[in-house]
Design a protein around this ligand. Structure first.
Ligand code: AVI
Length: 313
């Protein structure tokens, strides 16, 4: 065992391909190519979540701002382009500070600088951190307003149950007793809408999923033949989630980092869960972590929800 050279990607892939149901955590989908394919996904006609959440924000930002109150400190988890938070910031009464938290330092610094250029009077204090590993309490600026978490994008749906509980509990501790939290969550709906959203006609989501195999080939010396695997989006009704799989089109052996893995024809690698969490389920998760749901904003078709939580004592 060579602890000095631990490579979490290698470990996750080798362990994941050794399971009876082969599975690789979805965070590894996001190398540079995967991140740009995801940006393309958000513009697809079938992928409704991004544009629906933006429309909810635009329509309801002043209501959200009233619920937040003046001089608030906004803490955005897993901050990306910072496009969505601008809509909230524009509606807030004299926001106290903005704290974007993201694992990618270069991305975070440039997005924070662009934001600062447009909001010269706002204190912007980026924190480079995995939002899951957060212990941000001491780093947060003091202001006379509330501390408010902001987590748009339904990224919470890509986490496992225990990860959601850990994330919400950490946020409750970090944000403090008078905190609020605004979170965007995709809602359960017909598979006739869900499946095409994750298996679009142009094949962008298929390319996003298969890019994981390209990444394994490049970074871990794998020999996956991309034409021997197909993308599949599967609705799992019992767990209220879309699953992405890569299906082996034939019986084959693949090697990765010198290890060999057998695939039967039609056997899959499970690469992502995207859970659709409705009101009651999310209220129970929030309650277990010290939060109460206090508001909900949805689009007219109830495709997507933004919830507000309040810290409970
Ligand atoms: C980032 N996340 C919220 C996306 C989702 O919808 O679960 C990732 C994604 N996977 C396929 N398409 C989009």
């Amino acid at each position: 065992m060579d602890g000095m050279h631990a490579d979490p990607f290698r470990e996750d892939v080798l362990a994941g391909l050794s399971r009876p149901q082969k599975a690789i955590p979805s965070r590894w989908l996001y190398d540079a190519k995967g991140s740009s394919l995801f940006d393309e996904i958000t513009e697809l006609p079938e992928y409704y979540p991004t544009r629906t959440e933006l429309s909810i924000l635009r329509d309801r930002a002043s209501d959200m701002a009233d619920a937040v109150g003046p001089e608030a400190v906004i803490v955005e988890y897993g901050a990306g382009s910072l496009l969505k938070v601008r809509i909230l910031l524009d509606a807030l009464e004299s926001p106290g500070a903005f704290v974007p938290v993201d694992i990618s330092s270069s991305h975070l610094q440039s997005a924070a600088k662009d934001l600062k250029d447009d909001y010269p009077d706002l204190e912007v204090r980026p924190i480079v951190s995995d939002f899951m590993a957060s212990n941000l309490g001491a780093s947060l600026p003091q202001a006379s307003g509330r501390t408010v978490g902001f987590f748009p994008g339904s990224t919470i749906g890509n986490l496992l149950d225990h990860e959601i509980q850990r994330f919400l509990s950490n946020a409750r501790t970090d944000l403090g007793d008078d905190a609020r939290f605004i979170i965007g969550i995709d809602q359960p709906k017909s598979p006739d809408i869900l499946v095409p959203a994750y298996d679009d006609a142009q094949g962008v989501t298929a390319a996003f999923n298969k890019n994981l195999l390209t990444r394994i080939n490049r970074e871990l010396g794998g020999d996956f033949d991309l034409d021997s695997f197909a993308h599949e989006a599967r609705w799992n009704e019992a767990d209220s989630r879309i699953e992405m799989h890569l299906i082996s089109l034939k019986a084959q052996t693949v090697s990765v980092a010198g290890e060999h893995f057998e695939f039967a024809k039609d056997e899959s690698i499970h690469t992502e869960n995207s859970r659709k969490i409705g009101h009651d389920r999310f209220a129970a998760m929030a309650k277990a972590a010290g939060w109460a749901l206090s508001r909900k904003w949805m689009d007219a078709d109830a495709l997507f929800a933004m919830f507000m939580m309040e810290a409970t004592s």
